[in-house]
Structure formats: structure tokens, C-alpha cells
Design a protein around this ligand. Structure first.
Ligand code: G3H
Length: 250
């Protein structure tokens, strides 16, 4: 039995006052026992306040990124132990925006994942193809390479702390979602890859989220697919009513 998960990635949005306002609304709207594990990922400056505000609620807090080193001269970076010191034990790694704008390669991401696992953190690992890759029918191979080069070196025991998030780049923030069938097709491909490269148990137990323009009006249909175990939500997670409606789509 896999966990259903809905995670809101707030990206570089909301200052402290706006974060507090959103948290107040979320706490009011969210049902006490949601059908899914619910997470939100605010910016670094709002992590501590978010963690404190959500204590005692069913919503957990994730960071949007971390550095692969434990400490040192890496100006502007944040380590796993720093996150853990404020109670944050989940981190998004490999988001396409990090890959595209901050040159995060599969190799760097492998190091980040390893550092997170060494620190007993949970990783939401993002991967997905660009439109060009899909048009030239390379999307399955590209995703295989992303997973192979960043994750398949992990021991089986690490996989209980890995959540996967398939995010086709062409569907992020564009209003264009992958169809539920396209999402299911890729998720099934990923589960087959897990089966082949890691093992049957991991393939069956790893949650694979879909991300890319998930909204209240399409979440139900996407989440209903057999191999889709929830969503990583960008834009719609900034609105408490929309986000809660997505969470309630299971
Ligand atoms: O991390 C979330 C994804 O990038 C999806 O963003 P979006 O829902 O705004 O398309």
C-alpha cells in the first residue's frame, strides 16, 4: 500500500506576512484527517515560521533545496543538518527549475540525495522531460537516465525515504497538464524501471507524484490513475482553497 501525498511547492513566493496569512487560511480549510499526506515547501526564510505554525496539524514542512555538503564555505547555501535543526526532515531535490537555472546536473543531484539520505531525511526527487524530448520521443530514455544517474546507486534500504515526482517541464506553470493517460504511462514506466533496477518491493511501495499545472478541476482525474500517488503542486498551492480542494481529490 503506497502513501498518497500532496505537496505544495511555494517556490520563491510570499514574504513572512503573506506566508503567515496563507498558513492561517490553510489551517482553517484543511480537514483534520486528510486522505493524503500533506506537505508544504516554503522558501528558506519562511521555513522556521511555517514549521512552528503547523505543529499539531496534519501538514508537514519540506525545504525546496539543500546543499550536498555538511558545512563549509558555500555562501548562500543551506545544509541538511541546518534543516533538521529547525525540525525540517523533508527536502525537494532535482526540481527542473534548479536543473535549468542553477545548473544542477544528475551527478550533483546524486550527491544531494546521498547527503539527505545520510541525514535520514525524506527526499522528494523531481525528474521529467522538456517538450523537445517528448516531441522526439526521447522522454522515456531521458527519465531513465535521470533516475539512473541520481538514484539507482542507492541501497534498497534508502528507498523508504524517497518520494518520486514526475514533472514534465512543458507542463510546469504553463496551464498545460499532461493528460491523465500521459502521466499514467510515464509513472508505469518509472515503476517498471524501479522493478528492474532496484526491486519489486521498492517498485510497489514508492509513491510517484505528478506535477505540472495540477488544479482543483483536474486533480481527481489525474490522481485516479493507478500509478499516480498524488501531486507536487506549484501555482495552485498558493491558494488555500484550491490546495485543500486538491488534497480532497482522493
Ligand atoms: O513543483 C511544482 C511544479 O513545478 C508544478 O508547478 P505548477 O503547478 O505551477 O505547474
Amino acid at each position: 500500500m503506497r502513501d498518497n501525498i500532496v505537496a505544495g511547492n511555494w517556490k520563491m513566493n510570499n514574504d513572512l506576512a503573506q506566508t503567515e496569512e496563507l498558513l492561517t487560511k490553510l489551517k482553517l480549510q484543511m480537514v483534520k484527517e486528510p486522505e493524503a499526506t500533506v506537505m508544504v515547501a516554503p522558501s528558506f526564510t519562511n521555513l522556521y515560521a511555517t514549521f512552528q505554525a503547523l505543529k499539531g496539524t496534519p501538514i508537514t514542512v519540506a525545504a525546496q533545496n539543500m546543499h550536498e555538503s555538511e558545512k563549509g564555505a558555500y555562501t548562500g547555501e543551506v545544509s541538511a543538518s541546518m534543516l533538521k535543526s529547525i525540525g525540517v526532515t523533508t527536502v525537494i531535490i532535482g526540481h527542473s527549475e534548479r536543473r535549468a537555472y542553477f545548473n544542477e546536473t544528475n551527478e550533483i543531484l546524486a550527491k544531494k540525495v546521498q547527503a539527505a539520505i545520510d541525514n535520514e531525511m525524506t527526499v522528494i526527487f523531481c525528474f521529467g522531460e522538456e517538450l523537445e524530448d517528448r516531441k522526439s520521443d526521447k522522454h522515456f530514455d531521458l527519465v531513465e537516465t535521470q533516475l539512473k544517474e541520481s538514484l539507482f546507486q542507492l541501497p534498497q534500504s534508502a528507498w523508504k525515504n524517497i518520494i518520486l515526482a514526475y514533472e514534465p517541464v512543458w507542463a510546469i506553470g504553463t496551464g498545460e497538464t499532461a493528460s491523465p493517460e500521459q502521466a499514467q504511462e510515464m509513472h508505469k514506466h518509472v515503476r517498471d524501471l524501479l522493478n528492474k533496477n532496484v526491486g519489486k518491493e521498492v517498485a510497489e511501495s514508492t509513491s510517484i507524484l505528478y506535477g505540472g499545472s495540477v488544479k482543483p478541476n483536474n486533480a481527481k482525474e489525474i490522481f485516479a490513475k493507478e500509478d499516480v500517488d498524488g501531486g507536487l503542486i506549484g501555482g495552485a498551492s498558493l491558494n488555500a482553497v484550491d490546495f485543500v480542494e486538491i488534497v480532497n481529490s482522493f
